[in-house]
Design a protein around this ligand. Structure first.
Ligand code: BTN
Length: 244
């Protein structure tokens, strides 16, 4: 597989988007030491201090349709989660759809960007950022309460390169199994066991709409969050942001 490494770049997702304008292999990897304009979901900034975090994008060309994208992001979260747990020897939690938490604080976020037609995807970019060796000073005041790093929680500097290798190996296996038609129920079962909000009351925000509250019932086979809303109706959300 081709790996593009940059000591400094604007955003690995933006670079992947450029690569996608020409011919590319399914699974090209873009890695940066730091990002000048790292992006998070909902147009937020993603802080990327030099050589302290993992900033990666995968450029993929899966033969799947739009409705399967949520499945793809869910198993990516699961793959990263399992790889980190194994490699670092920690216990992690997944916050639907794809935040990874350590001791209830965020250590990894995933930004998926898609291009193409509904039934013919041109490319999918999965960008993920992992707070590996961030120190407390790397987080500003608003982030301090919500985010942490592997180093802060384990009191140990972690080997970024080895972690990347392990994640890519684990991801490849999940990706191949998925494309080969492996049963998604199996993935879902594992995913749910890492998720702590089932049966809990939550608030869900979707882009410009007023946040709504309800009780999480389940995750559907397509990866949607199924919620019993406070007005009694049952709704499914393929994307969104939840808070407790
Ligand atoms: C989130 O909001 O939780 C998603 C964060 C995704 C950050 C990663 S870092 C590598 C890639 N390049 C970007 O600009 N963003 C993603």
């Amino acid at each position: 597989k081709t790996i593009h490494y940059f000591e400094e770049i604007s955003s690995t997702n933006d670079y992947a988007k450029k690569l996608a304008q020409n011919a590319f292999e399914d699974g090209e990897v873009i890695i940066a030491g730091t990002q000048k304009s790292g992006r998070g979901r909902f147009s937020r900034e993603w802080i990327s201090p030099p050589n302290k975090g993992i900033y990666i994008s995968l450029l993929l060309k899966p033969q799947i349709s739009f409705e399967n994208i949520t499945q793809l992001t869910l198993f990516t979260a699961l793959a990263i989660c399992n790889a980190l747990e194994e490699y670092v020897g920690i216990n992690l939690e997944i916050k639907w759809p794809n935040d990874i938490l350590l001791n209830s604080k965020k250590i990894c976020g995933i930004l998926t960007e898609i291009s193409g037609e509904v039934d013919k995807i041109n490319h999918v970019i999965i960008g993920f950022g992992i707070n590996v060796n961030f120190d407390k000073v790397d987080f500003d005041d608003t982030l301090k309460n919500k985010a942490t790093s592997l180093k802060i929680e384990t009191s140990k500097t972690q080997d970024r390169k080895k972690i990347i290798q392990h994640i890519l190996t684990v991801f490849d296996k999940y990706y191949e199994d998925y494309l080969n038609g492996e049963n998604f129920e199996n993935i879902l079962k594992q995913y749910k066991s890492k998720m702590t909000i089932i049966e809990k009351n939550i608030v869900i925000s979707i882009h410009n709409n007023t946040p709504a509250s309800g009780t999480v019932i389940d995750i559907t086979n397509s990866g949607a969050l199924k919620i019993k809303m406070s007005d009694g109706s049952v709704k499914e959300f393929l994307s969104g942001e939840i808070s407790l």
